[in-house]
Design a protein around this ligand. Structure first.
Ligand SMILES: CC(C)(COP(=O)(O)OP(=O)(O)OC[C@H]1O[C@@H](n2cnc3c(N)ncnc32)[C@H](O)[C@@H]1OP(=O)(O)O)[C@@H](O)C(=O)NCCC(=O)NCCS
Length: 149
């Protein structure tokens, strides 16, 4: 993958981000949710641009002391399976490490094999389950964690 640029999310990205979010998830976050998170301390919001000037993917990570939670990760549907998700994940794991995070947690639908395969490739391990965590459709979440060294 060439011409992939990583940078923090800014307010001007929000319409594109909300558009990808709506195309991706059955219970999407609203644009106002992303906007309020942009102002919250401890929340890292990152964009992968590809091609230059276009939001290809975004990630949201919150950091509380030495724990991180990867709360959102999505790649524009037309740009999936080109390595962008993996590279953005590596980017935010690096950011987490710089912030002193020792463990990154996340939840993923039990049916979401694409995401689970990606997380397994980055040595996340399944450590638990949250019953009926998701709606539309109702589904359990696996809890994954990666210890950062
Ligand atoms: C999950 C997601 C972020 C992956 O991003 P991506 O850019 O498409 O993934 P990549 O091209 O970086 O793939 C990296 C690895 O993940 C795995 N993977 C990604 N998509 C996959 C798929 N559809 N099926 C199986 N494995 C997949 C593969 O191991 C892949 O490596 P490979 O291509 O060398 O085999 C993307 O599919 C997405 O946005 N999905 C919808 C939103 C979502 O589910 N987010 C996660 C919520 S927990």
């Amino acid at each position: 993958m060439t011409e992939l640029l990583f940078r923090p999310m800014v307010p001007g990205d929000l319409p594109e981000v909300a558009g990808i979010e709506g195309d991706t998830f059955s219970t999407p976050w609203r644009e106002t949710t992303f906007r309020s998170l942009l102002e919250r301390p401890g929340v890292e919001m990152w964009i992968a641009e590809h091609p230059p000037g276009i939001v290809a993917a975004y990630a949201v990570l919150w950091c509380i002391h030495d724990e991180g939670e990867l709360a959102n990760l999505a790649v524009r549907p037309t740009l999936q399976r080109r390595g962008i998700g993996a590279e953005l994940l590596d980017c935010v794991l690096g950011v987490a490490q710089e912030r002193g995070v020792k463990s990154v947690y996340l939840e993923v639908r039990t049916s979401n094999e694409a995401a689970q395969t990606l997380y397994a490739s980055r040595e996340f391990q399944q450590v638990g389950v949250r019953r009926n965590y998701y709606d539309r459709p109702k589904e359990d979440a696996w809890i994954f964690v990666k210890r950062l060294v």
